[in-house]
Design a protein. Structure first.
Ligand code: BG6
Length: 488
């Protein structure tokens, strides 16, 4: 593939995602010589845009250019082209097709085919139009591939998601569709596979006999400023739980796949999802943030203070829930997912708490082992364990077996999620992308509770901006979740 000509088309080229993620990550890949040798990038958008000026002036600060990068950045910019048009204008898609063709003339000025990637960095409501027009007008020719890249939200519930899947499958094979869940591109999420399936000691302990509970914890110390319009329609469950955090859960819980191929791995993830019942309302705590204390050094507004949020919005910005996997390995083990915006800090981590040591011979209270996989920030894997404090007395104390990436892998570059995922799209690896049956199962688990919350207008509990948590959530985590908080 590295030697094959490749056209990378970005729909929504003047938008936020293109600016923040797609253009910068393409540049970084190019700088590291990871893009195919002959790549052309074509932006497509509704705005009239002089793409070279846009890249050189408007969004250049996103590229984090280093001292000697100007020359290579200029070369990158020269690879860029732009078409201004509406997403329902058939003629423009024909123009896109001929533009791509002309970009790849061989040395005799003959048209040469190229792989084609179409990245839909646009609101989901235009996915159907764009995907149909791409399929009808812009497919790669001959044996070259066509890849379609989509970002969540993939629908809002089972019905809308199935409709979208049915539409896409009319025009594209599953192998051509790359549904991005950027959490799957994160270094630590990828490392879970190695941790689980390349270490005999943990393989043996990875089940209901040894594990008491699993907590997947996501916190952000900022609110929904700037994107409250989108957020109010979706809420925290659809925003991060049904996708990012559920994906992590499946990787933690799945059985060993028959190989490390994309389909073998996704087959196992789907089996986990199929073993889960829809979530019950009594296993859920919902919250919405309000302004922080009067007189705090930085005053933070309530969620509903945002102009794009109705005053009586019941959208949750926080949710904790317990999920169960009804299979031989996990029967009865609570999997807790907790996610919130506008909390005290930003972190994503998985905490696996092991069972109490049976027949403890020590007088001290012997705390449970806990394995913590910190996805971000400060990537690390840490095992909390009991040790004898050195000295004449026999005193147990808790200590850490600690693999902190910044120390262990000092100087090694941790690729960014989008860098890795864009590479995967180009080279055709679907391991880190969501398959349609995974998506369908994920919605099966979440749709009933989402509909119930909306139909019954269930009120989220108020919490102050910057809170550590919500007491009702902590209570659910310790009682039904069998999870013991430790002070750190
Ligand atoms: C996005 C959500 O998918 O993920 C955001 O829409 C959330 O609300 C973000 O902030 C979190 O991603 P990351 O990589 O910053 O942890």
């Amino acid at each position: 593939v590295y030697k094959q000509p490749t056209a990378f088309v970005i729909f929504g080229a003047s938008g936020d995602l293109a600016k923040k993620e797609i253009y910068p990550n393409l540049f970084w890949l190019f700088k590291d010589s990871l893009l195919p040798q002959n790549t052309a990038i074509v932006g497509f958008g509704r705005k009239n845009l002089e793409i070279k000026d846009y890249l050189k002036q408007k969004i250049v600060d996103r590229m984090k250019l280093e001292k000697d990068d100007q020359e290579i950045y200029d070369i990158f910019v020269d690879k860029n082209h732009y078409i201004c048009g509406n997403y329902n204008d058939e003629q423009k898609f024909k123009e896109l097709d001929s533009t791509i063709q002309k970009l790849f003339l061989d040395s005799n000025q003959n048209l040469q085919s190229a792989n084609r990637i179409f990245y839909l960095a646009v609101p989901p409501k235009v996915y159907p139009d764009i995907s149909k027009r791409i399929a009808e007008n812009c497919r790669a020719k001959e044996s070259f591939y066509t890849h379609l890249v989509l970002e969540k939200p993939f629908g809002k519930d089972t019905n809308s998601s199935n409709n979208l899947s049915a539409h896409l499958s009319k025009f594209f094979q599953e192998e051509e569709i790359f549904r991005i869940d950027h959490y799957l591109g994160k270094e630590m999420v990828q490392s879970i596979l190695a941790f689980r399936f390349a270490n005999q000691i943990f393989r043996r302990a990875w089940n209901r006999d040894s594990i008491e509970s699993v907590l997947i914890n996501f916190k952000e110390n900022f609110g929904t400023e700037g994107r409250a319009g989108y957020f109010d329609e979706y809420g925290i469950i659809r925003d991060v739980i049904q996708n990012h955090l559920l994906q992590i859960l499946t990787i933690i819980a799945m059985d060993q796949p028959i190989s490390n191929s994309a389909d073998a791995i996704r087959d196992e993830k789907v089996k986990v999802l199929k073993s889960m019942d829809p979530i019950k309302i009594e296993d859920v705590v919902l919250g919405q943030y309000v302004a922080n204390e009067m007189g705090a050094s930085v005053q933070k507004n309530a969620y509903t203070d945002d102009k794009s949020v109705p005053d009586d919005s019941l959208t949750s910005t926080f949710a904790t829930m317990i999920l169960y996997i009804n299979n031989e390995r996990w029967d009865g083990v609570p999997f807790i997912i907790s996610a919130g915006k506008a909390l005290d800090r930003t972190t994503s981590e998985v905490r696996i708490q092991f069972k109490q040591v049976p027949g403890n011979i020590f007088k001290n209270v012997c705390k449970r082992n806990e394995l913590i996989i910190r996805i971000q920030p400060d990537e690390s894997i840490c095992l909390k364990m009991q040790n004898k404090r050195p000295g004449m007395d026999f005193i147990l104390e808790e200590t850490d077996l600690d693999l902190t990436y910044a120390e262990k892998y000092e100087g090694l570059y941790l690729p960014k999620a989008y860098e890795r995922l864009l590479m995967d799209v180009i080279y055709g690896s679907q391991i880190s992308f969501v398959r349609s049956d995974e998506l369908e199962e994920a919605w099966r688990i979440f749709t009933p509770i989402l509909h119930q919350i909306e139909a019954e207008r269930i009120k989220p509990i108020c919490y102050k901006f910057g809170s550590q948590s919500i007491p009702e959530s902590d209570n659910l985590i310790t009682t039904k979740g069998n999870y013991t908080f430790r002070r750190e």
